[in-house]
Design a protein around this ligand. Structure first.
Ligand SMILES: Cc1cc2nc3c(=O)[nH]c(=O)nc-3n(C[C@H](O)[C@H](O)[C@H](O)COP(=O)(O)OP(=O)(O)OC[C@H]3O[C@@H](n4cnc5c(N)ncnc54)[C@H](O)[C@@H]3O)c2cc1C
Length: 382
């Protein structure tokens, strides 16, 4: 990554090295087995917490490090993706979507209790916004929370929630007010709260190692102290959260494309046909050159937006562009990689088979491609 010294300094390199070692030691030897089992051990959270990986980007007072350092987080995310399983990265990293609202807007008691446990890997955190009736139109969510004395009585359901089965804490979007975005709030719901149940673990096309679940709230009483931010101000909190989630998804897509390219280059040298390595055929050389070009452009554009975010600039339009561009490129590169590996590319034992499946979610989760285009168009006053 030395070509990107403009973005990464020595401390980022240290983060990169330590996460890379963690992935090589703790994840890579087991990942194929965990993918097939559609689960990784809960103990991995504790190990990642102890290695300081879960805390990267978070305040020291809660056990974190590199607070607000966007490129430390980027370096860590890129190295985690080297495990080749988007599902594991999404599952282990579900705190990154659930926790920021608690840190930014949660009450002191809530933050001091919840955040250190999550950063240590002792507790698992999830974000629950999407509902069976829809995920794109967040402002129309239906899960209802009615204030009754010191509690909110919550009724409704959520679906497709990453780490939904085994999370301990859920940042849940609910309707406390009237219709539209002005009636949405965030509540921290804890596992074990009466009236809160977890439904089935959903079977998926990709991201096998992550657990994805339905959640049900049936007259579930949540203490008012668990309100995150002000009542009816939840929509803005959710939207603010989306910026870093979209950056993270663009980074995941770029790394998926990187791995697909690396596998293709390796196979191009090793595999022979008609008496020479297949990578020597001009059609393949050009394909590989184009793949490298597309990835380079995508990564540079994503890093540029990360650099703006690092100095506090708003990149609502550009981060939506980065997510769409990166996920699109990664879709293409993973498709090409399967093609280059031929029959082996279709086999479960090859990494590109998983990359191809895993990448499909990245233009759906965290805001679909169409919703990103809506945001871009709006910013263009269209
Ligand atoms: C593996 C996985 C993990 C997930 N993890 C989480 C999680 O942890 N927490 C969470 O809250 N959610 C999670 N989600 C949900 C995800 O965010 C939603 O699936 C996504 O936002 C889309 O919502 P939807 O599936 O309801 O599709 P819909 O909103 O029903 O959209 C269906 C289609 O209509 C299109 N569409 C909708 N509105 C428009 C429009 N205005 N213009 C043009 N096209 C439009 C969409 O782009 C899409 O193509 C996850 C989903 C998956 C698959």
């Amino acid at each position: 990554m030395s070509a990107y010294q403009e973005y990464f300094d020595e401390s980022h390199q240290l983060v990169r090295d330590s996460v890379r070692r963690f992935v090589e030691r703790e994840i890579l030897p087991h990942i194929a087995e965990w993918e097939e089992a559609e689960e990784f051990p809960r103990e991995l959270y504790l190990k990642a917490g102890a290695a300081g990986i879960l805390g990267i980007g978070y305040p020291e007072q809660f056990g974190g490090s590199h607070e607000g350092d966007v490129f430390a987080k980027v370096a860590a995310s890129e190295e985690l993706m080297r495990c080749g399983s988007g599902g594991l990265v999404a599952g282990l990293g579900s705190l990154d979507i659930g926790l920021p609202p608690v840190i930014k807007w949660g009450r002191t008691e809530l933050r001091e209790r919840v955040v250190p446990q999550v950063l240590a890997g002792e507790k698992i955190m999830a974000l629950a916004v999407t509902e069976p009736s829809g995920g794109s139109d967040v402002a129309s969510l239906k899960t209802r929370a009615v204030r009754e004395g010191d509690f909110y009585r919550v009724s409704g359901s959520k679906t497709f929630i990453t780490s939904g089965v085994r999370a301990d804490y859920y940042t849940v979007a609910v309707r406390t007010g009237g219709e539209g975005f002005g009636g949405v709030s965030l509540l921290l719901v804890e596992k074990g709260t009466p009236g809160f149940t977890v439904g089935r673990k959903l079977k998926k096309m990709g991201w096998w190692a992550s657990d994805t679940a339905e959640l049900f709230f049936d007259d579930c009483l949540v203490p008012v102290e668990n309100l995150i931010g002000m009542e009816n101000m939840g929509f803005a909190c959710i939207m603010a959260n989306f910026q870093s989630e979209r950056l993270a998804l663009a980074i995941m897509a770029n790394m998926t494309a990187q791995l697909a390219l690396e596998e293709s280059l390796k196979w191009g040298c090793e595999r022979e046909a008609f008496g020479k390595p297949i990578g020597k055929f001009q059609v393949l050389k050009h394909r590989l050159a184009e793949m490298a070009t597309q990835l380079e452009v995508s990564r540079e554009f994503t890093y540029r937006q990360a650099a703006k975010m690092a100095v506090g600039k708003s990149v609502i339009k550009e981060i939506s562009m980065a997510k769409n561009f990166a996920t699109d490129i990664a879709d293409r590169l993973t498709y090409d990689a399967v093609q280059i590996l031929g029959g082996m590319g279709y086999m479960r034992e090859s990494l590109v088979e998983r990359l191809y499946r895993d990448n499909r979610i990245l233009s759906i989760g965290g805001g679909t491609r169409e919703i990103m285009n809506e945001i871009i168009a709006k910013q263009m006053n269209l």
